[in-house]
Design a protein around this ligand. Structure first.
Ligand SMILES: Nc1ncnc2c1ncn2[C@@H]1O[C@H](COP(=O)(O)OP(=O)(O)OP(=O)(O)O)[C@@H](O)[C@H]1O
Ligand SMILES: [Mg+2]
Length: 503
């Protein structure tokens, strides 16, 4: 039986047909994966379902348990048993876990919040998702994985029958992912249906009972997991066969462009804590240096410190093209020829309220302005160039970046840094949230840059990507480099052994 049927749903934004007569059905007690390229319409479809886009702003029918429904606000959808966990988490950092779970649904007696009851109930829901924490701690003190589980607890507390997760594992560690999967399997056995959006095929195939693929705002197919495979789903997503995932090119590295010696970094707040310990490495022109390691190994701290964006005390010698440099700010890093594509596009990469072209030129306004006045034609020229090179899906160059799909925002960040014409390009999780087809374009672009003599440092938690693209791999564990591997000798196993502190 289908608990949910979305029939002929269409939705337009100015200049974009995001959904074009989409149909989507979910059975009771199944995990249904929703796959598709960046901008295919996945998040939009789920926002329609969850009442975030009210009835009247789209056409088509939503049928829940055989009954036609109209959602005018989020609470209407919640009452029908639907809860969504968005691509970007939406908890209030300053509030406690319990307050967040019951935000807007606090248990009251004579208009007085019953705190004991609230925290008691909260602890039951936390137990349900396997979280062993007090409901009285502040959300801000939890890691991303734990916050994700709190969101699920919150959704369940509303007696959800259909739980929607939009790319839930993008920022989770491997052990957090397996906890999440365990919980979803448990919910399925209790009859809850789940819509699971992900770009990660191994997860989709480990979890889903059925898979629906969207392309350009249309439903391409709904398949039983048992009757399909990874390659078929990918080719339905991109509309063509994708024979190789990693375009490896033999590079011939040149002179040393970056040399880092005895580098130490301390935490900006816990000043006693040394997050980077005696690191030494070199980077050559025309190579891709992969940095592997578990989340929390210090990879992001290392590169953001080199880039002048970390804040904590740093000691050691940094040389660029043989000259000693002291980089204390991002502006100095850019001047020294560095660029950093950061993992957190919201905080460090983009201004959501500005358009695509201005975000592209933001780090290098000097290139498009004279005496402080921006030449719009120049700006359009550069903006267009990177939209074309990266195949960014945007209605126009004047579209606000905040309205682009997650993956297309990432492409704008990359364009912005390419425009600064760096000698050293640092990419921190460059393809997080990016679909397979677009990943391939980004890899090709990396190869082209390397052939032009750019040196690339790539941090990635996806081992196939590290193995597929790096010339050399440094493995980091607890703030130290523990192993260096040539790509020819590197395997998932020897990287993982080193990353977990083994020999
Ligand atoms: N609020 C909005 N205003 C204008 N256009 C939008 C808005 N939200 C989405 N779009 C556009 O609708 C299309 C579908 O976007 P959507 O976010 O649903 O994609 P997605 O499949 O979730 O992609 P991703 O995998 O990158 O998250 C895109 O072209 C996007 O730019
Ligand atoms: Mg999305």
């Amino acid at each position: 039986m289908h608990v949910l049927e979305m029939v002929d749903i269409s939705k337009e934004f100015p200049g974009v047909k995001a959904l074009d007569h989409v149909s989507f059905k979910v059975r009771q007690g199944e995990i249904h994966a929703l796959c598709g390229e960046n901008g295919a319409g996945k998040s939009t479809l789920m926002k329609v379902l969850s009442g975030l886009y009210p009835a009247g702003t789209h056409s088509g029918d939503i049928v829940i348990g055989g009954e036609k429904k109209e959602f005018h606000r989020i609470t209407d959808a919640e009452q029908a048993g639907i809860a969504i966990i968005h691509q970007e988490l939406a908890l209030v950092k300053e509030m406690t876990v319990g307050e967040n779970i019951f935000l807007g649904t606090e248990p009251c007696k004579h208009k007085v919040i019953q705190w004991d009851e609230l925290y008691h109930n909260a602890s039951l829901w936390l137990k349900k998702v396997g979280l062993n924490i007090s409901p009285e701690v502040k959300i801000g003190n939890l890691g991303i994985g734990q916050q994700q589980l709190v969101e699920i607890a919150k959704a369940l507390s509303k007696h959800t029958k259909i739980l929607i997760l939009d790319e839930p594992t993008a920022a989770l560690t491997e052990s957090e992912v397996s906890i999440l999967m365990g919980i979803l399997n448990q919910l399925r056995s209790e009859g809850v249906s789940c819509v699971y959006i992900s770009h990660k095929m191994p997860e989709v195939f480990a979890l889903a009972d059925s898979i629906t693929i969207l392309r350009d705002g249309r439903t391409v197919a709904t398949l039983d997991r048992k009757d399909t495979n990874d390659d078929e789903v990918v080719s339905l997503m991109v509309g063509r066969e994708l024979t190789e995932r990693y375009p490896r090119v033999e590079h011939t590295p040149g002179d040393i462009v970056l040399k880092v010696s005895n580098y130490n970094v301390w935490h900006p707040e816990q000043r006693q804590q040394r997050v980077i310990k005696d690191i030494n490495f070199t980077l050559q022109k025309g190579e891709i240096l992969g940095i592997a390691g578990l989340m929390g190994a210090g990879r992001t701290e290392l590169v953001s410190s080199l880039f002048g964006a970390y804040g904590g005390k740093a000691e050691g010698l940094v040389q660029i093209d043989g000259e000693t440099v002291r980089i204390r700010s991002v502006a100095e890093a850019i001047k020294a020829g560095m660029a950093l594509v950061s993992e957190d596009r919201k905080r460090q990469g983009l201004v959501m309220g500005m358009d695509v072209k201005r975000n592209t030129t933001l780090a290098t306004l000097g290139k498009v302005s004279k005496l402080g006045i921006i030449n719009e034609n120049e700006e359009i020229k550069w903006g267009r160039r990177y939209v074309q090179d990266l195949m960014t899906k945007t209605a126009s160059l004047e579209t606000l970046v905040g309205t682009l799909s997650g993956g297309n925002q990432q492409k704008v960040v990359i364009g912005k840094w390419l425009m600064s014409d760096p000698k050293i390009l640092i990419m921190d999780e460059p393809t997080r949230g990016i679909d397979v087809g677009a990943k391939y374009e980004i890899y090709n672009l990396m190869n082209r840059l390397v052939e032009q003599g750019v040196a690339i440092i790539m941090i990635s938690s996806e081992l196939p990507e590290v193995l597929g693209m790096s010339d050399r791999i440094l493995v980091m564990c607890e703030g130290e480099f523990v192993r260096e591997l040539d790509w020819r000798e590197a395997t998932q196993e020897n990287i993982m052994v080193a990353a977990t502190g083994g020999k």
